[in-house]
Design a protein around this ligand. Structure first.
Ligand SMILES: Cc1ncc(COP(=O)(O)O)c(C=O)c1O
Length: 375
């Protein structure tokens, strides 16, 4: 059997709405699905406004630029995340300042934030990873105490809640990705959510080349073409219609893997819940204990040979050559031990919506077989 790491579910109204785009000729970013999708996501998350863009990485870029932080402002973020987070901060002429992760949730360790605050700190980028949220309550307290903004990267977390409140509703500005492995996909796509008219207008201007409203093709500043197409938004609207079923399936997959893999020696499985959230299992991550004699990469190779697709965990920002070469993060001198360890020992197994019970059982059997090979 071969089980790929992700297969999306496109069996709702996706085809019907795509045909509508073709039949009506609305295929650019000017079609009616854009606004429907923006309103739908904003409403789902309890926000006033959404601005659809062409992927989650540029959502972070636009969010950073829309905030207009002074050059040289510091933004605290986890070392363990995708490069899009740090890149958006750097491209906005700001400085990423890192904290380590929690060993059990793999999210940023909020307790480390206060010690990193300086007079230049203007924001924290909170990134919800792999199905569990950042510990928002203490983070919001810190933000209020020091008057700093929160940029929320909820790329992986549509539908996830913290104390019953949706991820994507906590940030001064919040971002999503709709890549095919996300709970709502548009193929490629992203969105920025906010409640402020000013930020909404900034994001919408930045995504559309910063045309001035009075005269098209006149520009007072440089924007980007970050627009989402009506075709992508059509997929998004169809996906959003069945989000409840999607989230139920993600939780089912997570719970089933927990049953199948619990008690297997040498594996750290995701927490099924924290005091504030039930895991939504965006993906089902596994971290190999220190006494497992191979690293994640070798474990993944062995699974691949058995027909099981996997992906590695993120690689920490302080270990990225592109940043070290710029002398950032002490030019390689800074260390974040949890991030370093989970990057080397973590990976995730097939977690897509199209997974069948039989496939999950097969995957779990192969994981167990690799563990047995090692003993
Ligand atoms: C936490 C996080 N932020 C940002 C992104 C970037 O999104 P995209 O791939 O749509 O550019 C991803 C992508 O998977 C992500 O996982």
């Amino acid at each position: 059997m071969n089980v790929s790491v992700n297969e999306p579910d496109l069996l709702g109204n996706e085809k019907k709405y795509l045909c509508e785009c073709i039949d009506t000729g609305w295929i650019s970013s000017e079609g009616p699905f854009i606004e429907r999708f923006e309103k739908g996501v904003a409403e789902f998350c309890g926000r006033r406004y959404g601005a659809a863009v062409c992927n989650g990485s540029v959502a972070l870029d636009a969010a950073m630029l829309a905030l207009g932080l002074e050059k040289g402002s510091e933004v605290i973020m986890p070392s363990f995340t995708i490069i899009s987070c740090a890149a958006a901060i750097v491209r906005a002429d700001c400085i990423p300042v890192l904290v380590d992760s929690e060993a059990l949730t793999w999210n940023m360790d909020v307790e480390q934030i206060e010690s990193k605050i300086t007079p230049k700190t203007k924001a924290v980028m909170a990134v919800h990873l792999y199905g569990l949220p950042v510990d928002m309550e203490p983070l919001l307290k810190i933000a209020r105490k020091y008057n700093i903004l929160i940029i929320e990267d909820a790329a992986e977390a549509i539908g996830l809640t913290y104390d019953g409140k949706h991820c994507g509703s906590f940030g001064d500005i919040s971002c999503f990705s709709f890549y095919p492995n996300k709970h709502v996909t548009t193929g490629e796509g992203g969105m920025i959510l906010c409640d402020s008219d000013e930020l909404r207008d900034r994001c919408r201007a930045l995504r559309n080349l910063c045309f001035v409203p009075e005269r098209r093709f006149v520009h007072r500043e440089l924007g980007y073409n970050f627009r989402m197409s009506n075709i992508q938004a059509a997929l998004g609207v169809a996906q959003l219609e069945k989000i409840d079923v999607t989230l139920k399936k993600k939780r089912y997959i997570g719970a089933r893997y927990q049953e199948l893999l619990s008690g297997v020696k040498g594996l750290q499985l995701p927490l099924s819940k924290t005091d504030h959230a039930d895991n939504l299992y965006w993906v089902f991550g596994i971290v190999l204990d220190d006494d497992v004699p191979i690293d994640a990469r070798e474990f993944q190779k062995r699974l691949q040979k058995r027909g099981v697709g996997t992906r590695p965990f993120f690689w920490p920002m302080h270990e990225q050559p592109v940043f070290q070469e710029r002398g950032m993060f002490g030019g390689g001198g800074e260390h974040y031990p949890v991030a370093e360890s989970i990057a080397r020992r973590g990976f995730y197994i097939p977690s897509g919506l199209a997974l069948t019970d039989e496939q999950m059982e097969y995957v779990a059997d192969q994981v167990k077989a690799v563990v047995e090979e090692l003993s």
